[in-house]
Design a protein around this ligand. Structure first.
Ligand code: ASP
Ligand code: MG
Length: 406
């Protein structure tokens, strides 16, 4: 008998038929004798619509009211899923973030979970009740509803699994696992049976959209075994596990891409101590994540500083920089939303040379220009023109021998 968290994403609860299918899937585990907690997202497309309404009313809206609006999608699906479970004869009830409570900090729109008081849920689960928990939301120190950032219900599920000391956290989604790359771009992409937390983290952070980055971070930290699997097909998914559980460590396990990037260049910034802090400090204070950074060689004590942010943060990044223009002392701000980031990831890279060279050579042969490069121990990322994304991904997937045999 195991304790399981089963999380269903937006496409898995997109309509009533699918919610009925979710209820039957959950019932199977309950009948097998497992203790089950369910986490649900909003119906596919609903959160996007809610976000759009906020933006249409005011682009710089109050983040607390945004949370009040966008958290409603999950309230609907918790209730519907609980009703569907009850109709299947399974004892179930819905839980909103504030009812548990799932306590977060006050960073509205991208709040961090600080604590989950799971005692009551555990007590009821022991008695056979299935809690259906709203993903994506919590309650802040000011008692207001918070949300965890887009895709945040994965994080809710992993955090709940950790709080419940669950044996596994199953993430049911519209793909049946983690692939070597996006199968829509490369039909010969392969499904991975297992992947390490480290690799999954790098893949998630560079745009493999199956799991939200922060959920993988938390799974790694709390050693939560995560399985990604399809809610439509009954086939084994991909297990995200500790590196030691992976016998054959691939040189490159996956190629990922992200089109949600924007490049900013500050032209002719004074090259003096403290300048980076004066640029990135205010951006951090505004909760804007900066990713790749390059500073050019300076001439006449002036330099160019190039970096990337998520495209969704571009307008705010620009506003923050403009309002700090005097303090930073730059001459010009050039903004370029037409870029994409392509990355190769693999724990085998730690012990092998030449991985980067293969990447650069492959892109050069296709005439793809590299604008910015960044690396970590197990990842190499390049920034290229957005139009070249698919070509780059396909070429790299073959170059690293990842194509499935035809
Ligand atoms: N409904 C939220 C979103 O669309 C959270 C989630 O689906 O994970 O971002
Ligand atoms: Mg999702």
């Amino acid at each position: 008998m195991a304790r399981l968290v089963m999380k269903f994403g937006g496409t898995s609860v997109a309509d009533l038929d699918r919610i009925r299918a979710v209820a039957r899937r959950v019932k199977r585990e309950v009948l097998a004798g497992h203790e089950v907690a369910v986490v649900v997202s909003a119906m596919a497309g609903v959160t996007n619509q809610l976000v759009k309404w906020c933006q249409e009313l005011s682009p710089l809206h109050d983040a607390r009211e945004y949370d009040t609006v966008v958290a409603t999608g999950e309230q609907v699906t918790t209730g519907l899923t609980a009703i569907a479970l009850q109709a299947e004869g399974v004892d179930a009830r819905s839980w909103q973030g504030w009812q548990i409570p799932i306590r977060t900090d006050d960073a509205h729109g991208k709040a961090r979970i600080e604590a989950i008081e799971a005692g009551e849920l555990r007590r009821r689960m022991k008695l056979g009740q299935v809690p259906v928990v709203a993903g994506f939301q919590g309650i802040g120190p000011d008692q207001r509803i918070t949300t965890l950032g887009r895709g945040g219900s994965d994080l809710s599920a992993v955090a709940l699994a950790a709080a419940l000391e669950a044996d596994r956290c199953d993430i049911f989604t519209d793909v049946d696992g983690v692939y070597t790359t996006d199968p829509r771009i490369v039909p010969r992409a392969r499904k991975l049976e297992r992947i390490s937390y480290e690799e999954m983290l790098e893949l998630a952070s560079v745009g493999a959209k199956v799991l939200q980055t922060r959920s993988v971070e938390l799974a790694m930290k709390r050693r939560v075994r995560v399985q990604v699997l399809s809610s439509f097909e009954d086939v084994p998914g991909t297990l995200v596990v500790d590196e030691d559980e992976i016998v054959e460590k691939e040189l490159v396990s996956g190629v990922a891409y992200s089109r949600d990037e924007a490049k900013l260049t500050l032209r002719r910034v004074p090259d003096r101590p403290g300048i980076a802090a004066s640029v990135f400090g205010p951006l951090a204070a505004a909760n804007i994540n900066v990713d790749m950074i390059v500073q050019n060689v300076s001439a006449d004590g002036l330099t160019d500083l190039t970096f990337t942010v998520g495209r969704a943060d571009l307008a705010r990044a620009r506003a923050v920089l403009d309002s700090n223009r005097e303090r930073i002392g730059f001459e010009d701000l050039v903004v370029d939303p037409g870029v994409a980031k392509v990355s190769v990831v693999g724990i085998g890279m730690r012990s092998h040379a030449g991985v980067a060279n293969t990447m650069f050579k492959t892109l050069a042969e296709r005439g793809i220009n590299i604008e910015v490069i960044s690396t970590s121990e197990i990842k190499i990322s390049v920034l290229i023109r957005e139009e070249a994304t698919e070509l780059a991904v396909r070429a790299l997937h073959s170059a690293y021998g990842l194509d499935r045999a035809p």
